[in-house]
Design a protein around this ligand. Structure first.
Ligand code: GLP
Length: 245
């Protein structure tokens, strides 16, 4: 297994992180023709998305070219549920900047056959990819997208059982852990590895321990993000709180 040293972009927390990351993402979007991208949900990118709306919101010629493929999604929720990632992304970034709805390829959370839905997404990416830019967040347990600990480095888009830790982390959004869905769709690690560029965004001292394991620990399915060290085109964008604790 070849190991690469990922490029690390290090900034102060807050505005400097957001401005730096926004510029680097924007450069990629301008360089790619009809870019196929995937975006994370969660608290990490929230201010960044607002910044895009405020500072780049008028660049319609870029936004309307973008094609979005879902990174992950909860299973079993109706299409209008606010907690679906596709709806969250719509509200927080895609609708305000004007990425056309017909250019968003998302999972059907209510699909009768969830495995077939996942396979169809993998096939769609094979036929329409590669992903030009995959922007990822880092879960506290080392997950990327919803590739939970134990995910194989050969994994493709599939249904996954969410770990108790992940469900606990998200419990507040759902009004208790019992209400958090048990299953989700996720693009696989191998699926993500084929992206032309991967940006991993990590902020805050609560991520310091898992970022250290990601960068310096063993490369193991127990820390799915450590797999990023086996891929060439990875940039870790982290603030000093996440890098230093
Ligand atoms: C969530 C999502 C990921 C996200 C991660 C980190 O559960 N499935 O796509 O990147 O966890 O979230 P946060 O930025 O809130 O820490």
């Amino acid at each position: 297994m070849t190991e690469y040293t990922p490029r690390i972009v290090r900034t102060k927390p807050g505005k400097e992180f957001i401005k730096t990351v926004a510029r680097l993402i924007w450069n990629q979007l301008e360089d790619l023709h009809e870019p196929l991208i995937t975006l994370p949900t969660g608290s990490t990118p929230l201010d960044l998305y607002q910044y895009f709306i405020d500072e780049y919101g008028d660049r319609a010629e870029i936004w309307r070219q973008i094609r979005l493929v879902a990174l992950d999604e909860y299973i079993g929720l109706p299409a209008d549920d606010r907690r679906l990632f596709q709806n969250w992304l719509g509200r927080e970034i895609l609708d305000p900047v004007g990425v056309p709805p017909q250019k968003r390829v998302t999972f059907n959370s209510m699909a009768e056959d969830a495995d077939a839905e996942a396979q169809a997404m993998e096939q769609w990416i094979r036929d329409n990819g590669p992903i030009g830019l995959a922007i990822l967040g880092l879960g506290l347990n080392g997950h990327i997208a919803f590739n939970e600990p134990g995910s194989s480095f050969d994994s493709v888009t599939r249904v996954i059982e969410l770990s108790p830790e992940t469900r606990e982390t998200n419990a507040a959004y759902w009004g208790g852990i019992d209400k958090v869905p048990e299953q989700a769709f996720t693009l696989g690690l191998k699926t993500l590895a084929q992206a032309k560029q991967i940006f991993l965004l990590v902020t805050g001292s609560h991520k310091a321990e898992i970022l250290d394991k990601t960068l310096n620990g063993p490369i193991t399915p127990e820390v799915p993000a450590s797999f990023l060290r086996t891929i060439a085109n990875v940039t870790i964008m982290a603030d000093t709180a996440a890098l230093e604790g």
